[in-house]
Write a protein that binds this ligand. Structure first.
Ligand code: S3P
Length: 449
């Protein structure tokens, strides 16, 4: 199930493996040092931005899961030269994007949204199409927002495939219709080629990896709270090391918090404050997470995260501006809520319904099968803790990598474990997840620095 990462072997985004199942047993305590793979959101941006930058960049610790491979393949088609050696990419920027390309974005919503903005702004034509995993991911916001600035984009009733016809976009001031870092990134990429630039306002802050990387790559960008302006600019290539993915680390944080006697250190994890809601929540409900050895790399904070099991887990509420800071971690926090001594509520998270699956319905159904007392609400879920999950179920995460990893945590913390169907989907964001997570059971030590 691990993705092969040695170079040119993967030419097109690989299909998701089907048919296997992975059994997760009740785990003894998690201990040891774990190195978390590169951040998915930052890898996408490093690949795409370096592919249009002047010069050559060396990107180390890149995540080469299915989605980021889709970004790599698309940018190669658009004219960038990208060599892969292990987890290191050498990217030489294209001098102008190739026109009239058919791009296969695989099942990657981030690739589709970011590239729609890039291509529309650059004034070239392209067709962007994807796999079955994209068929329910709404694209109308990115399409309509860009069309409002003079782009000529059509979709299949708001979904992929997307056709971009060459046009000249106009500058604008835009209020993000929903809190979405992919939409914001698409507009920022378009702005690089829009004469009077684009100003984007967001009510609820979303992750700012695009802003940080644009600054580091010398774009003409200014920003303040809830606002970013990008004017026409040429990015300059930059060598960088991708921080470990906090969203991947989240499964180990939750499992170590719940399973008594655990003590793990997660190495070199990105701790951008736009992403660290999970640490705040776990600590606020009695968890023991310390952020150690913090340093900055290319504008992104990176640290080691030490997690010890919580003697007692208190229930929690997540709503409003916190939800985007924690959006990808909400399913695994629902597992933690099952072990809290009371009722927890998650609201303001309707965007969860538009991820790889409807993550509200999917998470609730899966955890119910394991014996959780949980129900969906319109924009979140309500969970009645109790300290025990029975497990013992065989569950299909329905093509959603984050639900699969959430089930691994639930199974590990349950009495009877869980069997997860089609586990290979974790290759989207964490190809070695099950190997590393199960390693936690036998032994503690699996570092590797
Ligand atoms: C991402 C942003 C988030 C997140 C997704 C990746 C990104 O989505 O859920 O996994 O790369 O910018 P939104 O665009 O809804 O914020």
């Amino acid at each position: 199930m691990a993705l092969t990462t040695n170079g040119e072997i993967i030419k097109t985004p690989p299909r998701q493996p089907v048919g296997e199942a992975c059994r997760i047993k009740s785990l003894p305590p998690l201990t040891g040092v774990i190195r978390i793979p590169g951040d998915k959101a930052i890898t996408h941006r490093a690949v795409i931005f370096s592919s249009i930058a002047q010069g050559t960049a060396r990107i180390t610790n890149a995540l080469l899961g299915y989605d980021c491979m889709a970004s790599i393949e698309c940018m190669r088609r658009l004219g960038a030269k990208i060599d892969i050696n292990g987890n290191t990419l050498t990217v030489t920027g294209a001098k102008g994007l190739k026109n009239n390309q058919r791009l296969n974005v695989g099942d990657s919503g981030t690739t589709l949204r970011l590239l729609t903005g890039l291509i529309a702004g650059a004034g070239v034509s392209a067709v962007l199409e994807g796999g079955d995993g994209l068929k329910n991911r709404p694209m109308e916001q990115v399409v309509e927002t860009l069309n409002g600035m003079g782009a000529r984009i059509t979709s299949a009733d708001g979904f992929a495939p997307i056709t971009v016809k060459a046009s000249q976009m106009r500058g604008a001031e835009v209020y993000l219709p929903v809190a979405g870092a992919q939409l914001k990134g698409a507009l920022m990429l378009a702005a690089l080629n829009v004469r009077s630039g684009i100003t984007i306002y967001e009510d609820t802050p979303t992750r700012d990896h695009s802003e940080i990387m644009f600054e580091e790559m010398s774009a003409d960008i200014t920003r303040g709270p809830g606002r970013v302006t990008v004017r026409p600019s040429v990015l300059k290539s930059l060598n960088m090391k991708i921080p470990g993915d906090l969203s991947g680390a989240a499964y180990f944080m939750a499992a170590a918090t719940i399973i008594p006697g655990s003590h793990v250190v997660l190495r070199n994890v990105g701790v951008n404050p736009a992403r660290t809601g999970i640490i705040d929540i776990i600590n606020s409900c009695g968890g023991r997470i310390d952020v150690l050895n913090e340093s900055m790399h290319r504008g992104e904070p990176v640290a080691d995260i030490m997690v010890e099991s919580a003697p007692k887990i208190k229930p929690f509420n997540i709503s409003g501006a916190l939800a985007p800071r924690i959006i990808d971690e909400l399913p695994v926090l629902a597992v933690m809520a099952c072990f809290a001594d009371g009722e927890s509520n998650i609201s303001g998270a309707s965007e969860l319904r538009h991820k790889e699956s409807d993550r509200i319905t999917n998470t609730v159904a899966a955890l119910k099968m394991m014996g959780a007392r949980i129900e969906e609400t319109g924009d979140g879920m309500r969970i009645w803790g109790g300290g025990v999950l029975n497990g013992g179920a065989r569950i299909d995460p329905r093509g959603d990598h984050r639900v699969a990893m959430t089930l691994a945590v639930a199974g590990a913390a349950s009495l009877e474990g869980v069997e997860i169907l089609n586990p290979g989907i974790v290759g989207k964001s964490y190809p070695d997840f099950f190997k590393i997570f199960s390693g936690a059971k036998e032994d503690a030590g699996r570092d590797g620095d």
